[in-house]
Design a protein around this ligand. Structure first.
Ligand code: FCB
Length: 457
């Protein structure tokens, strides 16, 4: 069985998770603390005051979870590796038991005919590195490349499709500018510094992984369309696009940050930060691109009559804006519009020429409609089915329009720890009982299994 990037003859399907959101077992087998362990303990950091110490306990129940992936007829399982399990202090000693866990996970996926694709960083930075400055320090980028090689040395004989980062925009700007995510720092332009070091970390790791023979190396971004709500907001929308999208794609495609971005983010013109050769490392460093999409954004010039959107502080240097959010919305308040996904895929393929995988797409709904099913009460999440159906169709439209989109990976397999929202927002196609963590597939799981089965037959 090949585990290389899908060839695109038909749309491949998969399910995604992330280590901190599902694994639990936060002190087991030598795992060190991450910035999310620390951040989640701060009063008010998560909506329900809870953390990922138990989460879905997937560390122990991964076999059952992989059965669920296989039952979806999904060919791919996108998971992330917890850096603090592998190198608990961020640099230095390697924890073999952490590697053993992912070794078992990969074998268990392959044994079920499910192809594993690993993301090296889904936000759980070892706390020891944050204590030394975290993503504001160049040394963190260097440490990341070392960690990447340790993981590749162990899993590279069976995992072919790799991603360095998941949504580095969130790690940089929600983490260091808006303070909504770990490490919870609200330091405005520091977000730009963090973003550069995340770009650099990708570039350093990509060079070494390619050198070690990896041919399917990608990076996953939460690119977003910005649709100005009024003509006056067109300039601001372009600035937002620079900080959210071009900051990642321009170095990849052109090996440079563009002038508009440098105007909004003068930090990136500092030669001590962006050193000679940094962006050359990023240039051409990805073999594929992951796009995570949930919602479009509709900026207006800052409007005090609109409720403050939690993310406006995540765009330091940009003209002050508000975001208008139209109906329908999901339970997390994100507008539903699958046209955004179609446009994004077409535009991103034109811009980069890279094969694309929709590495995340899905929806939070309250899941309060229950029907009697074979396994007892089943969540009848017709709203989620509608969301998935619409966005899969949008992905197919983008393919028909010429975008080289190879796969669609649903976010997410299991209801889990949804970062600052704690356990209050459920995105899973499988329900998790909050008391005993019993897994029960929702109606959307059965719909998706059928859709995938019929699409691939
Ligand atoms: C993305 C994250 C993922 C999940 C979804 C809802 O930003 O990558 O972990 O939280 O949003």
């Amino acid at each position: 069985m090949t585990t290389h990037l899908p060839d695109g003859s038909t749309l491949a399907f998969g399910a995604a998770t992330a280590a901190y959101q599902i694994e639990g077992a936060h002190t087991e087998d030598g795992r060190g603390p991450s910035i999310w362990d620390t951040f989640a303990l701060k009063p008010g950091a998560t909506r329900d005051g809870r953390d990922g110490s138990v989460a879905c306990d997937s560390y122990h129940r991964y076999e059952e979870d992989l059965d669920l992936v296989a039952g979806l007829n999904a060919g791919w399982y996108r998971f992330s590796i917890a850096w603090p399990r592998i190198i608990p202090a961020g640099t230095g000693a390697v924890e073999t038991r952490g590697l053993d866990y992912y070794d078992r996970l990969v074998d268990a996926a392959l044994a079920r005919g499910v192809q594993p694709t690993a993301t090296l960083y889904h936000w759980d930075l070892p706390q020891a590195l944050e204590d030394r400055g975290g993503w504001l320090e160049r040394s963190t980028a260097e440490a990341f490349a070392d960690y990447a090689m340790v993981v590749h040395d162990r899993l590279g004989d069976r995992v072919d499709v790799w991603a360095t980062h998941n949504e580095p925009w969130c790690a940089a700007y929600l983490g260091y500018a808006a303070g909504i995510h770990a490490p919870g720092r609200k330091e405005g332009g520091a977000g730009h510094r963090a973003a550069h070091h995340l770009n650099l970390a990708h570039g350093l790791a990509a060079a070494r992984l390619h050198e070690a023979g990896v041919t399917d190396l990608g990076i996953v971004h939460n690119l977003a369309p910005f649709w100005p709500e009024t003509p006056e907001a067109a300039g601001a929308a372009d600035e937002l696009d620079a900080v959210r999208n071009r900051i990642w794609l321009d170095p990849l495609v052109d090996g440079a940050y563009d002038d508009e971005l440098l105007r909004v983010a003068p930090e990136l013109a500092d030669p001590q930060l962006v050193r000679d050769g940094d962006l050359a490392l990023v240039h051409g460093s990805a073999d594929w691109l992951g796009v995570n999409y949930y919602t479009p954004f509709r900026p207006t010039l800052a409007d005090p009559t609109l409720a403050t959107h939690p993310e406006v502080e995540a765009y330091p240097g940009v003209t002050p804006v508000s975001f208008v959010v139209r109906e329908p919305r999901t339970d997390i308040g994100w507008e539903v519009d699958d046209l955004g996904l179609e446009q994004l895929l077409v535009d991103t393929h034109k811009r980069t020429g890279l094969p694309i995988i929709v590495t995340e797409n899905g929806a939070a709904y309250p899941d309060d409609t229950l029907v009697e099913g074979a396994a007892g009460h089943v969540v009848d999440d017709q709203d989620r089915i509608g969301y998935l159906r619409g966005h899969i169709a949008a992905t197919e439209r983008a393919r028909a329009a010429g975008a080289d989109v190879r796969g669609y990976i649903v976010w997410t397999l299991l209801d889990n720890f949804e970062w600052a929202e704690g356990y209050t927002k459920t995105f899973g196609v499988v329900h998790i009982d909050p008391q005993d963590l019993t897994r029960t597939p929702k109606a959307s799981y059965h719909w998706l299994a059928e859709h995938i089965g019929s699409a691939s037959s």
